[in-house]
Design a protein around this ligand. Structure first.
Ligand code: PLP
Length: 275
């Protein structure tokens, strides 16, 4: 904790010295958005995509952010990290109220907060629990309102799982902190984007990389039955990369960790992500 490099409202310091008001709207209402920017060889991965998504999340909350300042802070955090591989967490909050009120005043100043951590991108094999999607109607915004994810992921943790896969009335959405891909009848499939799914940057990198080698990823609504019939499945995220699923504890399926389509996806993805 002492060593973690951080920045709060433009001031760089150790994480332990940062103090936040309990009237910060991040604290009372989760009125904030965030990004997780991975880096490798001290260079950010898919940086423009992360910055663009931060902009669109901020627009959705009508928060006017200064991208130049934020970019400089993210770059500086990367340069301060003792490791060449890691990630920056960066959050923008609407600001601090004088007194807690759902309706914020218009003249409060945005609060920004970021920190950097070393991270080693290793392939992790995942154990998954399927659960209902309990979340709100705008999961496409990368906001810190993550209680639905938190509740279900902790239930999964109690069952020895690493992640969840969620569904709305049998229609697959995504995982708790990643997007879902699976292979069915030889086709690589992923749920299509909607208000119920975060447009994952790793998801898009993989789709584009596969398209470059003439493999089309099928994007549409898929059901639990489709996943049951899958020959392999994996999750994608900025910190996991591509993580294969070895077991789904509450779905009768037979996932092959050596599936050819998975292997191709993993190889092409690694060549893009870590280039
Ligand atoms: N879906 C959710 C709910 C997430 O929280 C995340 C990442 O944190 C993702 C998908 C993957 O997004 P990305 O690939 O941009 O990290």
């Amino acid at each position: 904790m002492e060593q973690i490099k951080a920045v709060f409202n433009g001031k760089f310091d150790s994480l332990k010295n940062i103090q936040i008001s309990p009237f910060s709207r991040a604290y009372t209402f989760s009125d904030s958005v965030y990004e997780v920017v991975p880096f490798y060889n001290s260079k950010p991965i898919a940086y423009d995509n992360h910055i663009k998504r931060l902009q669109s999340s901020s627009n959705a909350l009508s928060m006017k952010i200064n991208l130049n300042v934020i970019s400089n802070e993210i770059e500086k955090l990367i340069s301060l990290c003792e490791s060449k591989s890691g990630y920056v967490y960066y959050q923008v909050t609407r600001g601090q109220d004088l007194i807690r009120s759902h309706m914020h005043s218009n003249d409060i100043e945005l609060e920004t907060f970021g920190y950097v951590l070393p991270h080693f991108f290793e392939t992790k094999f995942l154990k998954i629990m399927i659960c209902e999607d309990l979340r709100w109607g705008r999961c496409d915004i990368k906001s810190t309102s993550l209680l639905g994810n938190v509740l279900s992921m902790n239930q999964a943790k109690e069952k020895g799982c690493d992640e969840i896969i969620m569904h709305n009335d049998n229609i697959l959405t995504e995982a708790g902190a990643s997007n879902l891909f699976f292979v069915k009848d030889g086709y690589i499939c992923t749920p299509s984007l909607s208000n119920n799914i975060l447009p994952g940057i790793t998801r898009q990198i993989l789709i584009d990389a596969l398209e470059e080698i003439d493999i089309k990823v099928h994007e549409k609504d898929f059901t639990l039955e489709d996943l049951k019939a899958a020959s392999s499945a994996w999750l994608t995220s900025s910190t996991k990369g591509i993580a294969p699923i070895e077991e789904i504890i509450n779905l009768d399926c037979n996932l092959n960790l050596n599936d050819e389509s998975y292997m191709i996806a993993k190889k092409i993805f690694d060549s893009k992500f870590f280039s």
